[in-house]
Design a protein around this ligand. Structure first.
Ligand SMILES: [Zn+2]
Length: 158
């Protein structure tokens, strides 16, 4: 990983710790903005985001996650704190590119974080086959520093 990727991964671990200190990530609409990015909403070829991948691992599928896999299911997860459910689906586009999409149902947590009312500032991290595909997600992701991304994800209220 390069420096930005490493810094981003550390920063997102801090964001998740903040969310957990308030209950769970589901109280933050901007958590879902990052974790539920799905290129299919943009009518493009496959585009993934490393930061989305990291947040899914941290919050949904990995050892620090509040979400747990439902017994007997391969794709369905439920937040152990608030009960919000979602599915994880991975699709392989070539030998090097897997894209994992987290689709969450409406959150069951009382909202604490700010609405997802702006482009999510990210310090790079998109991947895909064509630049034009990645460019079409610019209505969703803006460019920003690691700190701007963290501040946006942790903004409280309204
Ligand atoms: Zn939750």
């Amino acid at each position: 990983m390069n420096d930005i990727a490493e810094q981003s991964a550390k920063a997102l671990a801090g964001v998740l710790a903040f969310y957990k200190s308030k209950g769970c990530p589901c109280a933050f609409p901007r958590f879902f903005q990052l974790a539920c990015f799905d290129f299919r909403h943009f009518g493009t070829g496959p585009v993934g985001c490393h930061l989305t991948d990291i947040m899914i691992d941290l919050a949904v599928t990995g050892p620090t996650a509040t979400y747990k896999l439902l017994p007997g299911d391969e794709e369905k997860y439920r937040c152990a704190v608030c009960g919000t459910e979602g599915t994880i689906h991975s699709e392989q586009f070539n030998i090097h590119m897997w894209i994992t999409v987290f689709k969450a149902e409406p959150s069951r947590a009382r909202q604490l974080g700010h609405a997802a009312d702006a482009r999510l500032p990210i310090p790079g991290g998109l991947y895909g086959f064509k630049q034009e595909d990645m460019d079409r997600t610019s209505t969703y992701f803006g460019s920003g520093t690691v700190q701007e991304m963290v501040d946006y994800l942790m903004e409280m209220g309204g």
